[in-house]
Design a protein around this ligand. Structure first.
Ligand SMILES: CC(C)(COP(=O)(O)OP(=O)(O)OC[C@H]1O[C@@H](n2cnc3c(N)ncnc32)[C@H](O)[C@@H]1OP(=O)(O)O)[C@@H](O)C(=O)NCCC(=O)NCCS
Length: 188
């Protein structure tokens, strides 16, 4: 199996981030075409040869506040990655995130840039905790989330791991996981 190693950080200088627009179905299909079957499986937790109409509609349902999706594009305008944060309406200070980077751009810092920017947007919108459902074998996603968010709790939910990352709000107390955090996570 091809295991990408780290490459020069200069790569990401060619990448710009912007919000996904609700009419960009073609962009989603371009990104899907750049994901290997394995990457699609890791992203959607099931074999996904192509996006269904229903999936496409759900992925395009963005509003820039409660449902944010950021796209990474090369300077030629080619999309190479996407990350989204969907606020939990029951717990508005919590959002579920997901990320995918096309295989040709793996391990070049795109996922890190996307999630860093997404966390900043989420934090500015009042989100304090990010959750991510990750398959246990997904070393890249586990490594990325744990590397970016040092305060992360992991629990098992069926076949997936649910990672809950506590965002740094600049207040020292928020770096501590409290009993409330753990109980809220268990109740989720
Ligand atoms: C997970 C994924 C988004 C990572 O994106 P990426 O752009 O390749 O990641 P980056 O280059 O920004 O890596 C950032 C950090 O993540 C970790 N990481 C990334 N790839 C890794 C790998 N293959 N193995 C272990 N750690 C890895 C490392 O800590 C890395 O930091 P480093 O390069 O300084 O060591 C990408 O592998 C992907 O799209 N996978 C398929 C879809 C998927 O699994 N999505 C997650 C579902 S929520």
């Amino acid at each position: 199996m091809h295991r990408p190693t780290r490459s020069a950080p200069a790569d990401t200088a060619r990448i710009a981030l912007r919000d996904l627009r609700p009419d960009e179905a073609g962009l989603l299909d371009t990104l899907m075409a750049g994901l290997s079957p394995r990457s699609r499986y890791l992203r959607f937790h099931t074999p996904t040869p192509a996006l269904s109409t229903r999936m496409r509609r759900a992925l395009l349902d963005v509003d820039g506040h409660d449902r944010v999706a950021l796209v990474a594009e090369t300077d030629a305008g080619t999309p190479v990655g996407i990350a989204r944060a969907i606020r939990d309406h029951r717990h508005p200070d919590e959002a579920e995130i997901a990320v995918a980077v096309v295989d040709a751009w793996h391990r070049r810092g795109v996922g890190r840039r996307l999630l860093t920017a997404l966390a900043e947007r989420a934090r500015a919108g009042g989100v304090r905790r990010l959750t991510a459902r990750v398959l246990p074998e997904n070393a890249a996603a586990l490594g990325l989330v744990r590397d970016l968010f040092p305060v992360t709790v992991t629990r098992r939910d069926d076949d997936a791991l649910v990672l809950t990352a506590v965002l740094d709000t600049g207040r020292p107390d928020d770096w501590t996981i409290t009993m409330d955090d753990i109980l809220a996570d268990l109740a989720a």
